[in-house]
Write a protein that binds this ligand. Structure first.
Ligand code: ADP
Ligand code: MG
Length: 701
């Protein structure tokens, strides 16, 4: 058995193996790294004569009697035993576990742990945990700090404990160390073999804490190593330098229907400066919803196109890609640029040339033109990263709502590398996000990524008035919607999507039901449209289009409209079951209104009225700015929930540590120090292996 042996090699039942698989554990190492989430404290180890009533004790002794009985009244089976040590004897009663009288035998040595009680049956241990004591072996279930694990069907903590104990005994000194000894010494951290032992079976809570610290540090350190190495690699790559063309930029600015905000100007300038360099840009453009990231990205794209290259923009949804296509076509109307839109498989494709109507062309044609370099700017969904899509001279990749994409998808787009005089050329990368990452996390997760922040909304925006609506205030809320519509505005009504949305019928029902009620009873005189994710793309687009063109007053929809949809005339968004959405998502949804000079409203309907819900939603009332909200969300939910553990693949233990700024900085400095001396980690072969494994499990985005 090796550290990396698959669990199939374990000598255990299929049931247990299936349980392990259900927990996502594939190798022996995975099992050893499956950490307890708490410890049972059986620290009162006592001789029988020293026992006290109503306290929990751990006692070791020999069974002198054991038998099953039936209680006379309720006819419940109980197993009664007498346990003896050199100081006395004590009674034990287990309820409803008749097999115990067969498992445990007279004369056997056992260890138990549980509370000592007193009633008409006398003084006895009630349902204590128990285990047989083997020669020369300390109890692992009933004495000291006993680990408790997240269980699954067919796999109890007791079984997990036993398996882990066996593995630890089997490996002992053979567990390979992954961190260099000098680092362990410098930070006074335990070695891996000791840390594993102490995190599962700690001698004291302090030891467990120290072990935990080691794993936290290790993960954060690996993360920093990974980020830094990526960064160094990128710095060695070449990209096409894009000269700053002031004349074009001026023309772009004078063509705009509005004045750029200072924050937009600053971000644009940072991007243009990056593009001038011969190494690929890797910049994140963070800006609150509605802060105007699209214009900034378009300006960058224009520079690149005018320098003779191609640009690709990838958006997470079709509706969004199409909206970008329309908006960007307008922004670049007078610049003689060919823009293509590439979306799902079955769709039509459109290309647009100077002052001409958008025309539909076949997908094949579009791909041909892209390959030939005739399309200057290709906008699309995930369809952009299909293998058939090939560019001629791609020099800038823009990712909208970058958190929606995995690192592999990003890498795939960037792989559109070109050869120039035998030299590899990589496109510049501009990622955009409206989900601000709090500073603390950005530091930990993005390393030294270049960041541009648009922290200012266009001048004409008013603060969106956000209200929590109790069930009895529903009528009043509907009145507000009606009033706004009378003024010529439009309203969104959002119905929650059921969390585990395999059963998406529930989601549609919610929207459909609301549609029925509102269109027949509440607003029979108004024009209402309905939109949800199960509709055909063409249908969805038609509805969005109609709503944008004011062909309806109200749009009832699921959160499919969450990202980026722009309907400036809408001034109310009502969100049903607001407690089901994350704060960041609610903030995104709220950003669908307040996109013009009109005063806008966000109405949060709640089904549950718990204090916790209210507190959480209050954060939304109090902060108008996404960055402030992100900090709050992080505090309320912790880093794990905030960025979504599964999405990142970082172990829980590391997620918690991300907030420990001191540790992050130390890990980062250490990673820098090591890579400066030894960029390929030649002196640290085990670390290199560990890092490679880490890279596979983590998918940062
Ligand atoms: P986001 O940052 O959420 O992607 P958008 O780029 O979609 O925001 O911009 C939101 C709206 O604001 C668009 O209708 C856009 O035309 C408009 N806009 C962008 N910049 C400005 C500005 N400086 N002044 C006024 N309106 C602007
Ligand atoms: Mg946007």
């Amino acid at each position: 058995m090796a550290f990396n042996s698959p669990i199939e090699k374990l000598k255990t039942s299929t049931l247990v193996k299936n349980g392990l698989k259900k927990l996502g554990l594939k190798t022996v190492a995975d099992i050893l790294f499956y950490f307890p989430f708490r410890y049972e404290e059986f620290l009162n180890v006592a001789k029988i004569k020293d026992l006290k009533l109503y306290k929990t004790f751990s006692v070791q002794g020999e069974i002198v009697e054991i038998a099953n009985f039936r209680t006379p009244k309720k006819r419940i089976i109980l197993t009664q035993a007498l346990l003896k040590d050199e100081t006395g004897s004590v009674k034990i009663i287990w309820f409803n576990q008749p097999y115990l009288s067969k498992t445990l035998n007279k004369g056997e040595k056992i260890s138990i742990a549980g509370p000592l009680t007193l009633d008409e049956k006398g003084v006895y241990f009630l349902n204590p945990a128990f285990e047989k004591i083997k020669e020369n072996q300390e109890p692992i279930h009933t004495k000291g700090l006993v680990p408790v694990y997240q269980e699954t069907q067919g796999l109890s903590s007791k079984t997990i404990r036993r398996i882990i104990k066996n593995l630890l005994d089997q490996f002992k000194e053979k567990i390979p160390e992954t961190l260099p000894l000098e680092i362990l010494q410098r930070y006074q951290l335990p070695r891996l073999k000791d840390a594993l032992k102490e995190i599962h079976f700690p001698k004291s809570l302090e030891k467990a804490e120290l072990a935990k610290k080691r794993f936290q540090f290790e993960n954060i350190f690996l993360l920093q190593l990974f980020l830094l190495r990526e960064r160094l690699k990128l710095n060695q790559e070449k990209a096409a330098p894009i000269p700053i063309n002031l004349e074009i930029l001026k023309r772009f600015k004078t063509n705009l229907p509005f004045e750029l905000t200072n924050a937009q100007k600053k971000a644009s300038w940072q991007i243009l400066k990056d593009l001038e360099k011969t190494k690929p840009m890797n910049r994140l453009l963070e800006g609150d919803v509605g802060s105007g990231k699209t214009v900034v990205a378009t300006l960058a794209a224009l520079s690149v196109i005018k320098a003779g290259f191609q640009v690709a923009l990838m958006a997470p949804t079709e509706v969004l890609a199409k909206q970008h296509f329309q908006e960007i076509s307008k922004l670049l109307e007078n610049f003689n640029i060919n823009i293509g839109l590439l979306t799902g498989k079955q769709d039509k494709f459109i290309s647009k040339k100077l002052k001409r109507q958008a025309i539909e062309i076949s997908r094949e044609k579009l791909l041909e033109k892209t390959l030939a370099g005739e399309i200057d700017f290709l906008i699309g969904t995930h369809a952009l990263i299909q293998d058939q899509v090939k560019f001629n001279k791609l020099a800038l990749v823009i990712l909208d709502e970058q958190h929606r994409f995995g690192i592999e998808q990003r890498a795939k787009l960037l792989k559109q590398a070109r050869q120039r005089k035998g030299e590899r050329m990589l496109p510049h990368l501009l990622s955009m996000s409206a989900t601000p990452i709090p500073r603390t996390l950005a530091l930990a997760l993005y390393g030294d990524l270049d960041l541009s922040i648009i922290d200012e909304l266009p001048k004409n925006r008013k603060k969106i008035e956000t209200q929590l609506i109790n069930p009895e205030e529903r009528e009043k809320a509907y009145e507000l919607i009606r009033k706004e519509i009378k003024k010529g505005r439009q309203a969104f009504i959002i119905c929650p999507r059921i969390e585990d949305n395999k059963n998406s019928r529930v989601e549609m029902k919610a929207v459909k039901k609301e549609y029925e009620i509102l269109s027949k009873k509440v607003f029979p005189d108004l024009k209402i449209l309905m939109l949800h994710g199960k509709m055909k793309t063409t249908e969805k687009e038609k509805i969005m289009e109609d709503f944008k063109n004011r062909k309806a007053d109200i749009l009832i929809t699921t959160s499919v409209i969450e990202v980026g949809i722009d309907v400036p005339n809408a001034s109310v968004i009502a969100i049903e079951g607001a407690e089901r959405f994350g704060l960041a998502q609610l903030h995104q949804l709220r950003g669908r209104v307040g996109r013009s000079q009109h005063q806008s409203f966000c109405l949060l309907f709640t089904e549950k009225q718990s204090q916790k819900t209210k507190n959480r939603l209050k954060a939304l009332l109090e902060s108008k700015n996404g960055f402030e909200l992100a900090e709050k969300d992080l505090k309320l939910r912790g880093p794990g929930d905030f960025i979504g553990n599964r999405q990142w693949g970082l172990p829980d233990i590391a997620m918690a540590a991300l907030e420990n700024q001191k540790m992050v900085i130390e890990a980062k400095n250490l990673a820098k120090e090591i890579l400066a001396k030894d960029p390929d980690l030649k002196k640290y072969p085990t670390l290199e292996i560990r890092l490679r494994k880490f890279q596979k499990t983590v998918h940062l985005e």
